[in-house]
Design a protein around this ligand. Structure first.
Ligand code: ARG
Ligand code: GLU
Length: 721
């Protein structure tokens, strides 16, 4: 008996997936769940120094930046630090041929020079409360999913009305652990956020797509902003009279750097992970979903690259689209590689069989637990063809921009069906939108994308998911996709802004008739309709069933492995992840170091290159070894890696050392480790950070923005000045 218990304990601690570094933890639960382990791993501060509602804590220096990235306050005048790729939209919006801030960088040498950004915001988290009991009040297992959701919605509405908060604060209620738990966030959002500084792209995005998701890395991926507040320091809409925000807390900047084994933590807003999936879902990702999406993007990137290399104008027009298509394309390849290499599916199956053994050994477990894995497996088998159709639709249709334009034009017909006022309003909206999007559009490029991607749409999908109208026309054209696209692009009025403007100049009746008669409009209508009637209903029903099963499975895992601490999947809420600075071995015989230096920047330098060019001043500073207080032993540190569990949305998050001081700025993960969204594996999962000393070197020596350096507070344990 004793032996059996011991075995059980060993097997539980072995199977309960979880490693010291894994997890995106809730800041308000650190004290209960993590503090002990964090201290064991080297942390010197306490959980209450990280999150407290009664005194200033590190969380008061962290903001959600525009809802898609993280930023942190680094001075008592509201100065914010985030990534270059997070601030890029703002930098681009202020750029012109005369003031090319993308190419040359931008620096405000006094507050009067800082630039306003409509729509950009910074959100602080004031307080986090567990509201599970209130939200799930009256929710029982007998309810259908629909009844369950409506009961929850009602509870949330009541809860919202009763929350204690100031008038300038907002409330957010979000599900966690697959909707087994609910937390409420009281937030403060500042909407006057101004651009302060950004290095040239040749520093901020050094290595571009070639180096993206890769280690070793040499990118200075940072930019700076400032929060402005009303005179009372409270959120206020933009006004010239607003003043720099006085934070409850600003981060101190460490001059000490990191060495192997050092404790680090990353504090920010990770977007989305799926860590508790059934093994068959992981298998589907590796075998079906990722390869399908990668295949489509490989085709699209090949076409874009061909045009961009030959034509400077097209290169500029399509640069942002190329980067965004390439970003996920590369990440998924790393994900497949990592999941395969670490035998993630087999490991998850082993976890499941242990789960089953324990469930069967304890009759008191809910009987539903016994059927769970079988039902999940079946549900994933059932959803597979619909998931594939969804991936195909989502990957192909938006990349053929003619379809998007057709969708906008068709929306005029819908608006007209309401009334003339709706039509007039919609017409202005559509024109404004198209004026913008046509700047980054070339009909020749779009037609080639059409050929390649619509050919896949026809060839790779089951007949029931293909638009009948498109199929008929394909047959009429002798099954030649180029003959089909020739006909479409020569007949449609939607492939040029001039033609669209001419069309829209007609009387309302003429416009509506012309849109209805347009070949692209008609084809798109049928493509959309086919998806909405043959894919969506089944897909949504199956997904809702999977959500229900995953919710029960999540609770079941927490019951069965009751000694293990669980963290909820990322959902764009504030989290803490922690780990040690660590090297890794991507493949046999290769070991990656943990820190890069400016020598590596110079090794990659290719004069005049699209990805690896450098400003002359950087080369001069390097040659003179003019690193100031930011170098060590005549070398300038650039980037480093650690085993922090991060994901998209963690971009711009601070990397803090054992004392809670800023040592780095998170901006990426290593290629082999991008699978951490599905399965964290400590052997190859690493996050990539810019060394804070590289950031300061660029602000101080390259930009000579002494005004900014003067605002910040620097600390050192080794007496570095
Ligand atoms: N891979 C990083 C992320 O997912 C950085 C992306 C921006 N850089 C780039 N070269 N596209 O957002
Ligand atoms: N670059 C990502 C972002 O924009 C962070 C990298 C990751 O996915 O870990 O959030």
């Amino acid at each position: 008996m004793k032996k059996y218990i011991l075995l059980l304990i060993i097997s539980i601690s072995f199977v309960a997936k979880g490693f010291a570094e894994e997890g995106m933890w809730l800041p308000q639960l650190l004290q209960t769940l993590n503090e002990k382990q964090m201290k064991k791993m080297g942390m010197k501060i306490s959980a209450a120094d990280i999150y407290s509602i009664s005194k200033g804590s590190l969380k008061d220096a962290i903001v959600s930046f525009g809802g898609f990235c993280t930023a942190e306050v680094i001075s008592d005048q509201g100065l914010l630090l985030t990534n270059h790729h997070c601030g890029f939209d703002a930098i681009q919006n202020h750029s012109s041929l005369q003031n090319n801030y993308i190419r040359d960088g931008f620096w405000a040498y006094n507050k009067g020079q800082e630039l306003t950004n409509a729509g950009l915001f910074a959100t602080f988290i004031i307080r986090i409360d567990d509201v599970t009991a209130t939200v799930l009040n009256g929710v029982t297992n007998n309810l259908t999913e629909k009844e369950r959701q409506s009961a929850i919605d009602k509870n949330i509405a009541t809860l919202r009305g009763n929350v204690k908060k100031e008038s300038y604060q907002d409330v957010l209620i979000r599900p966690f652990f697959e909707a087994n738990k609910y937390y409420l966030f009281v937030t403060e959002t500042y909407r006057d956020v101004r651009l302060v500084g950004a290095p040239p792209s040749s520093i901020g995005n050094y290595g571009k797509d070639t180096d993206n998701w890769m280690w070793p890395r040499h990118t200075g991926d940072f930019s700076m902003f400032r929060i402005y507040a009303g005179k009372d320091n409270k959120p206020a809409p933009y006004s010239a009279d607003n003043v720099p925000y006085k934070p409850k807390r600003a981060l101190n900047i460490s001059l000490d750097g990191v060495k192997e084994g050092d404790f680090t933590m990353v504090f920010g807003f990770p977007g989305r992970t799926n860590e508790y999936l059934h093994s068959s879902a992981i298998e589907q990702t590796v075998k079906i979903s990722d390869p399908a999406k990668i295949g489509i993007r490989t085709k699209a990137l090949g076409i874009l690259d061909g045009f961009m290399r030959k034509d400077e104008g097209i290169k500029i027009q399509y640069a942002a689209k190329y980067a965004s298509i390439s970003n996920a394309w590369k990440k998924w390849q790393g994900e497949v590689l990592g999941l395969t290499k670490t035998n993630a599916v087999a490991k998850r199956k082993e976890y499941e069989s242990n789960f089953e053994k324990i469930v069967l050994s304890k009759p008191e477990y809910n009987m539903a637990y016994i059927e769970l894995l079988k039902n999940l497996k079946q549900a994933y088998t059932d959803i597979e063809p619909y998931g594939y159709a969804r991936d195909y639709y989502n990957e192909i249709v938006p990349k053929v921009e003619l379809w998007g334009i057709a969708g906008d034009m068709n929306s005029l017909v819908t608006a007209y069906a309401k009334d003339e006022t709706a039509y007039t309003k919609r017409k202005t909206e559509v024109l404004t939108k198209l004026e913008e999007s046509f700047k980054e559009y070339n009909a020749g490029v779009d037609q080639k994308l059409f050929d390649a991607l619509m050919e896949m749409y026809i060839a790779d999908q089951k007949a029931e998911f293909i638009s009948p109208a498109f199929n008929t026309m394909f047959a009429e054209k002798g099954k030649s996709i180029t003959a089909l696209s020739e006909a479409v692009y020569s007949q449609t009025s939607f492939s040029s802004l001039d033609k669209i403007k001419k069309l829209l100049a007609g009387s309302t009746a003429e416009v509506i008739a012309a849109i209805k008669a347009d070949i692209a409009g008609q084809l798109y209508t049928d493509i959309f309709k086919t998806y909405v009637s043959n894919v969506s209903p089944k897909l949504n029903a199956l997904q809702s069933d999977i959500n229900r099963l995953q919710r029960i499975y999540m609770q079941a895992q927490m019951d069965v492995f009751s000694t293990k601490a669980f963290y909820p999947d990322a959902n764009s809420t504030l989290r803490v992840t922690y780990g040690n600075v660590k090297t890794y071995q991507p493949r046999d015989g290769v070991k990656y170091d943990l820190q890069t230096y400016m020598e590596g920047v110079m090794e990659k330098y290719v004069p005049g290159d699209y990805e690896f060019d450098l400003p002359k001043k950087m080369i001069d500073l390097y040659n003179k070894k003019d690193f100031g207080r930011w170098g060590v032993n005549g070398r300038q540190p650039v980037c480093f890696i650690a085993a922090n569990h991060t994901t998209g949305g963690n971009s711009g998050s601070p990397a803090l050392n054992a004392d809670g001081n800023l040592v780095g700025l998170n901006f990426d993960r290593v290629w082999e480790g991008t699978m951490s969204d599905i399965n964290y594996d400590p052997s190859i999962c690493r996050n990539i950070m810019v060394d804070i000393r590289y950031v300061m070197f660029i602000v101080d020596k390259f930009a000579e923005a002494k005004n900014l350096i003067a605002e910040m507070k620097f600390v050192s344990k080794t007496g570095k000045k």
